[in-house]
Structure formats: structure tokens, C-alpha cells
Ligand binder design. Structure first.
Ligand code: PBG
Length: 333
């Protein structure tokens, strides 16, 4: 036998030398849920280890992430019921605490990369990402709302905006709105292939943002988020977002959609990200809490798989835990 693949696996040093894929903390984006108020650090019951933070508790948390080499954060606001309405006006209101918190984080830690969420759902009394009317989610009528939200977010200091709504034409609309307002340097990470998935449950608990049945519109997002059965359609969405000026593309969820990450990455000459969503993280946490899996082994293997499939960047609730393991030298082959 001349060829023995096991020779390349014979020691820790050879395995480390020949490893094809490395994932560094700098490539992770840490999602954080924000609440209005003071002294809040409220655990999300369906996503243990993740919290709704108020600005005073959040700043030290961000500082401890920076010390671990984790620099990128995606921020999501939990909006009080009285600030929700049909047209999501609070999303661009002067007194929206989400925008205030962003300004404060940027002032305190200018070295961070802050990413927003552009969608109506946290601010919408219907819990939908678009405007509800005539028994439908209205596409073109939603775009000006997203445009105003985007300009307000750029003004607050976000580095990158993340349109997560899946309305047609929104990347181009937002790009034009930003450019017209002078925010030519604000980037767009587009939720390109976002599926109508069952794995967003803990996130919707965290923000109290589940879609409601109303005005003949069902309590699901299937008329705008993609059908989990479809793959070609992901390339169609990717082509559009690319042509409309997205700076990078994102696939969501990640684990059940590794094939989508792969084909978009093969096709694209701009970076590809994947969102390892709340339900995917919750499954692993639950198995580890039961003693069925070892977190320190299963978690890095999971993130590595998403990276190996073609995601250069990963959004994950495990970002901090991974960065801590990396710092402690525990991520090895
Ligand atoms: C909302 C949004 C959702 C997520 C990110 N942005 C939920 C949804 O589409 O209903 C889900 C993220 C997660 O589950 O971790 N536009």
C-alpha cells in the first residue's frame, strides 16, 4: 500500500498542519437582544445563556467580547407593545432606544463592527416583516418604510445594515436611499436566501415578535420567506441582491441549508455569511443540558461545518463561547 491517508492524521502537529479549514473569532458575528431601560439582563427561556440587555449591562458585555477578539455584533431590539403600530413608525423615531444604544456603543467602542436588522417585525403590531393590507403583505408599500429605517440606522452609526425582510427589490431601494442621504460607506449584508423556517422560535420569544393572523394574512411568513424545498430559487435571489448592490450575501438558517451555502459560495465573488439561528443553537444547548452531547466538542464542530460548507462569516449565539475556547487554546484538530 503506497497511499495511506492515515499518515496525515498521525499526530496533533500533522493534523494541525494539514487542516483545511480554520475558523477565527473575527469571522463570527454575535447576535444581541436589546431592551429599553436600566439594569436589565433577562435570560431568554428558550435560548439559555442569551439575554435581553439594557445599555448599562450591555457595555461591559461588549467589552468582554472585544477582549476575546470578537468584534462584530448584530443588534435586535425588543420593542414595547405600545410602540408597535401597523406601519412600524417607531423604527425611525428620534426616541427609538435601539438607535440611542447604537450611538452609545459606537461612542464607547469605535473599534466594533455593528450590524443592524432592517425589517418591520419588531415594530409591527402585525408581527410581519412587511406592511399588511388588502389581505396581503404589501411589497412596494413596505419599501419606503425600510428606506426610512435604513437611513435612521446609518445615521445612528451602524457599519452594516442587514435587511431581513425578504421583500422584492429592497436591497436596491435601501442602497439608493443610503446613497441619497450621503451614507455611501454604510454596507449591506443581505439576508439573501432566508427560508420560512421552524427554527426561529427562540428569537421570536426573545423579541416577542411572532407573526399574528390578521386581515386574512396567516400567522406565517411563507409569502415572503423561501420554501425550504427550493435551491435554484436561492441563486435567483442571490443574483438580484448582488445586482442591487449587496456587499455580502447571507443564507439562513445554516445547518439544514449547507447545500445552499455551498452553491451560493461557488457562484459568488462577494463574501457569503450564514446565520446559525436561534432554534439550531437551542437544540444543541438542550442536548448538552441533558448530558447527551459534549458542548465543548459539538459546538466547535458545528461552526466548523458551516464554515467548511462555504460561509466565510457566521452569525451565531455561540460566538462568545467559541471565542473563549479559541483564547484558551481549546480549538485544536
Ligand atoms: C426578523 C428576523 C428573524 C430572525 C432574524 N431577523 C425572525 C423571523 O424572520 O421571523 C431570526 C433569527 C434567529 O432565529 O436566530 N426579520
Amino acid at each position: 500500500m503506497r497511499i495511506r491517508p492515515r499518515r496525515n492524521r498521525k499526530s496533533k502537529a500533522t493534523r494541525a498542519l494539514l487542516r483545511e479549514t480554520y475558523l477565527m473569532p473575527e469571522q463570527l458575528i454575535y447576535p444581541l437582544f436589546l431592551a429599553d431601560g436600566k439594569g436589565i439582563k433577562q435570560e431568554v427561556p428558550s435560548l439559555p445563556g442569551n439575554y435581553r440587555w439594557s445599555i448599562d449591562t450591555l457595555l461591559p458585555e461588549i467589552e468582554s467580547c472585544l477582549e476575546l477578539g470578537l468584534k462584530s455584533f448584530i443588534l435586535f431590539p425588543a420593542i414595547a407593545e405600545e410602540n408597535k403600530d401597523k406601519t412600524a413608525t417607531h423604527s425611525y423615531a428620534e426616541d427609538n432606544f435601539y438607535l440611542e444604544v447604537t450611538r452609545k456603543i459606537k461612542d464607547t467602542f469605535p473599534e466594533t463592527c455593528l450590524i443592524s436588522d432592517v425589517a418591520m417585525d419588531p415594530y409591527s403590531s402585525d408581527g410581519h416583516d412587511g406592511l399588511v393590507g388588502n389581505g396581503k403583505i404589501l411589497n412596494d408599500e413596505t419599501l419606503p418604510i425600510l428606506g426610512k429605517m435604513s437611513v435612521a440606522q446609518a445615521q445612528a452609526g451602524f457599519d452594516i445594515l442587514g435587511p431581513s425582510d425578504m421583500m422584492d427589490g429592497r436591497v436596491g431601494y435601501i442602497r439608493d436611499a443610503l446613497d441619497l442621504a450621503g451614507y455611501t460607506d454604510t454596507g449591506i449584508m443581505s439576508y439573501t436566501a432566508k427560508y420560512a423556517s421552524a427554527f426561529y422560535g427562540p428569537f421570536r420569544d426573545a423579541l416577542d415578535s411572532a407573526p399574528k393572523e390578521n386581515d386574512d394574512v396567516p400567522a406565517d411568513k411563507k409569502t415572503y420567506q423561501m420554501d425550504p424545498a427550493n435551491k435554484k430559487e436561492a441563486l435567483r435571489e442571490a443574483t438580484l441582491d448582488y445586482d442591487e448592490g449587496a456587499d455580502f450575501l447571507m443564507v439562513k438558517p445554516a445547518l439544514n441549508y449547507l447545500d445552499i451555502i455551498h452553491i451560493i459560495n461557488e457562484w459568488s465573488d462577494i463574501p457569503v455569511a450564514a446565520y446559525h439561528v436561534s432554534g439550531e443553537c437551542a437544540m444543541l444547548i438542550a442536548a448538552c443540558q441533558n448530558g447527551w452531547l459534549d458542548f465543548n466538542k459539538a459546538m466547535p464542530e458545528t461552526l466548523l461545518s458551516i464554515h467548511r460548507a462555504g460561509a466565510q462569516v457566521i452569525l451565531t449565539y455561540f460566538a462568545k463561547a467559541y471565542a473563549q475556547m479559541w483564547k484558551d487554546g481549546k480549538i485544536t484538530g
